[in-house]
Design a protein around this ligand. Structure first.
Ligand code: G6P
Length: 753
């Protein structure tokens, strides 16, 4: 349609000009030419007939006979098709001879007036005529004037023909010019469109250098500005999207990431198959990482790659080591990676949990670094990189690498899939440069992590520690303004993404109300209904401050003995990493401490501490949260600690008090908790006392505020913000036409790469 308009409008204008301007001009011009020609012709005829006419006029005889002879002579001359009439005026200006066709108003020129040099034009009903008067002289004596009348209608015919030809000619020229214009416009339009498309797809390098440099650069700048606006809008949406849920995450995947493939890599798998007396059972591990990522994966589908650690794991996978999970309603794929005993020893127990774990946590447990463990760590990271390549259906997947088990993995993936967007999330604290510097392979670890497009930590403090560490140990450019690091020309963004839990928690569905949970718990403990109950839920780990928590309980009972027999603390401790000596020792010390305190303050039927060192499933834990008056999280150092958030989420009655260590990342968000220093036993005992006596109104105010925060900043938001940042980077990369992969450590930010 637009094309035909582009063609027709110039054509119509050209024809209009021809009809109303050019044709009348041409008419006037040709008429002038023809009149001049006819003048010359009339003179020629007058000259030619002069001699015979003089002879005829001079013949003797009757006048009538002479008239007849002259008029017969005139009629013979009129055989010429263009001659219309002839007349002869004598010296008295009387028309003495004439052909019958001579018009009445073709009169003789008045006496004394010289004949005009050019003929007159007469417009008669019979047509347009040209009348020329030529003097007839013999030997210098004037006999009269010969009137020669030409029929000019042939001029009109020629003029009409000429106009028609002109219109055709100009129409043809107009058509050709319009066609050429359209073709040229179309070709250049296509060139531009191709250039812009290439620019958007990141293929600018494929364009001719001239085009790229001169014509597309302003467009590229405008496009880049447009993309920045869109990104700003997207970021605004991130902040303003109050209700984050599985749907918003799915929308990001489909709209912003165009359904791109998501792969998650973690050491711990979300479902563990174990042999039990009744057959194969499925266990959910006690892992904050798994708790957070599982709902994300359910929303995103995709593939989760993890170590197959259950003794029945191999029995349930297909020939490619895959299984659809969750077992009750499959939503995504779990790909299991098998490790030998030696690999698990060296990589998991050794380097990850005896080396990196104590290195990153300030809990005063000395890290152990063995070269053999390091070798296994490298081998296993490579094994997982191979699995990522195998599972990836495209060359540029989004890979979410999880935690300190895989510090080398981002670079290994980058080497195999340069187009991948790698988001690495470090779930545990990042120490200061001095502490990290203890690791003999600190450089390799940092370089491995800087294979990421984005590197994420829970807190800004840990991001800053990481930037400082890289600045200290690598020849890299650290840009604090944009929170990004460039190493070997490749950039990694480092951002804070505080992890959270799903909202509303699926585990709450179907649980009894809070009063019922409270009554059930007290019945189970064998204590009276009015007994105050505290709860602690942890892996049995020295970073969790379980002994410090027990010390606070003991101190409370010392200071306020009336709580003896009226307060009991249930400590759920999931056995963890139990083949490591430090954990075995902790197990023994925790049991001994509980025993000692119970012996000291025991009252019949109500021990101060009920210790349950066993695995509890998540629903059971939520029931405990709902039944307890106080939850005590006393981590000595913790990236986030999701138990604190789970307790808040479980209390839809807006009751209960959370005591929270200032050294857990969660204390940066849950400010209405009673924040304590777990090393300060007096302070912790005071917090316990305050919690046990807090009035319901204050409990409600604090709990309501914390609940709205966890609701708003839930795990879908955590993942959504990372994915939005990943999508932003992919857009930018496409625009920049970069050939290499985009990498991030941490999320959020806008550093140019
Ligand atoms: C921490 C780590 C996780 C780990 C979890 C349980 O939360 O950050 O990566 O999965 O502890 O530890 P485990 O060694 O049993 O996986």
């Amino acid at each position: 349609m637009r094309l035909s308009l582009r063609f027709l409008i110039p054509l119509a204008i050209a024809l209009g000009l021809i009809a109303y301007v050019v044709a009348p001009l041409v008419d006037q011009l040709t008429l002038r030419w023809f009149v001049r020609d006819v003048d010359i012709r009339a003179k020629l005829i007058a000259t030619a007939v002069q001699e015979p006419l003089v002879e005829l006029l001079g013949q003797k005889g009757r006048d009538e006979a002479r008239v007849l002879r002259v008029e017969a002579f005139f009629n013979r001359i009129l055989q010429d098709e263009r001659l219309f009439a002839i007349g002869f005026c004598d010296n008295h200006r009387a028309l003495v001879y004439r052909t019958p066709t001579l018009p009445q108003n073709a009169v003789c020129p008045p006496a004394g007036v010289e004949p005009e040099k050019t003929g007159r034009i007469l417009v008669e009903p019979s047509g347009t005529l040209h009348v020329a008067a030529s003097p007839l002289e013999v030997d210098g004596q004037r006999l009269g004037e010969l009137l020669i009348v030409h029929d000019m209608s042939f001029i009109q015919r020629r003029s009409a023909d000429t106009r028609t030809y002109l219109i055709y000619l100009f129409a043809a020229i107009g058509a050709v010019v319009a066609l050429i214009t359209v073709v040229i416009a179309e070709i250049s339009w296509r060139g531009w469109v191709a250039g812009i498309k290439a620019l958007i797809r990141g293929q600018a390098m494929a364009l001719a250098p001239e085009t790229r440099a001169r014509e597309l650069q302003p467009i590229a700048r405008d496009l880049a500005a447009l993309v920045r606006d869109l990104e700003a809008e997207r970021r605004t949406r991130d902040e303003s999207q109050v209700s984050w849920g599985p749907e918003s995450l799915r929308a990001i995947l489909h709209e912003d990431l165009k359904g791109e493939e998501i792969l998650i890599v973690s050491n711990r798998e979300p479902y563990i198959h174990v042999r039990a007396s009744g057959g194969i059972q499925v266990q959910r591990p006690a892992s904050g990482l798994v708790t957070a990522l599982e709902p994300v994966m359910r929303a995103c589908s995709g593939t989760w790659i993890a170590h197959g650690s259950g003794n029945a794991d191999r029995d349930v996978v297909d020939s490619s080591d895959r299984i659809q999970v969750p077992p009750e309603s499959p939503a995504y794929r779990l790909r299991r990676v098998w490790l030998s005993k030696a690999e698990e020893e060296g990589y998991y127990y050794g380097f990850a949990n005896e080396g990196l774990w104590p290195l990153c946590h300030i809990a005063h447990t000395r890290p152990v670094f063995r070269a053999t463990d390091w070798e296994q760590y490298r081998t296993v990271n490579r094994r997982f990189a191979d699995a990522v390549v195998q599972e990836s259906r495209t060359s540029n997947p989004i890979v979410l690498v999880q935690d300190y088990h895989f510090a080398l993995l981002p670079r290994m993936i980058r080497e195999k899939l340069p187009g991948a967007t790698i988001i690495t999330f470090w779930h545990i604290p990042w120490p200061n440069p001095e502490a990290f510097g203890l690791c003999p392979w600190r450089g390799e670890l940092l370089e491995g992590l800087l294979g990421s497009s984005i590197l994420g930590f829970h807190t800004q403090f840990h991001c800053n520690n990481f930037l400082d560490t890289v600045g200290r140990y690598l020849e890299a450019r650290v840009d604090r303004e944009t929170s990004s690091i460039s190493l070997g020309g490749e950039a990694t963004e480092v951002h804070r993404y505080p992890i959270s839990i799903e909202w509303p928690p699926a585990m709450l569905a179907g649980l009894p109300d809070v009063a019922q949970c409270g009554a059930d718990l007290r019945r189970e403990l064998g204590v009276p209904l009015e007994t105050k109950v505290g709860i602690g839920v942890d892996r049995l780990d020295y970073t969790k401050g379980i002994l410090e928590r027990f010390a606070a309980i003991e101190r409370l009972l010392e200071l306020e003995p009336h709580w003896v027999g009226h307060f009991t603390f249930v400590q759920v401790a999931a056995p963890s990493r139990s083949s490591i000596e430090e954990y075995q020792s902790l197990d023994a010390r925790v049991r001994a401490a509980a025993q000692r305190i119970n012996n000291r303050f025991g009252s019949p039927g109500c021990p101060p501490i009920t210790l349950r060192i066993e695995h509890h499933d998540a629903r059971r834990v939520y029931a405990l949260y709902r039944g307890a008056d106080v939850c005590f999280v006393s981590s000595l150092h913790d990236g986030m600690n999701l138990v604190a958030k789970e307790y808040v989420a479980a209390r839809d009655d807006e009751r209960g008090v959370l005591i929270l260590s200032q050294f857990a990342g969660a204390s940066r968000e849950l400010m209405e908790a009673l924040i304590v220093n777990p090393y300060d036993t007096e302070q912790c005992a005071a917090a316990l006392r305050l919690a046990l006596s807090m009035n319901p109104a204050e409990q409600r105010d604090r709990m309501r505020s914390m609940r709205s925060l966890v609701q708003e900043f839930n795990v879908y938001r955590w993942a959504g913000r990372m994915l939005l940042d990943a999508s932003r980077m992919r857009h930018r990369r496409r625009l920049a036409g970069a050939r290499r992969g985009v990498r991030v450590i941490g999320l959020r930010g806008s550093a140019e790469r």
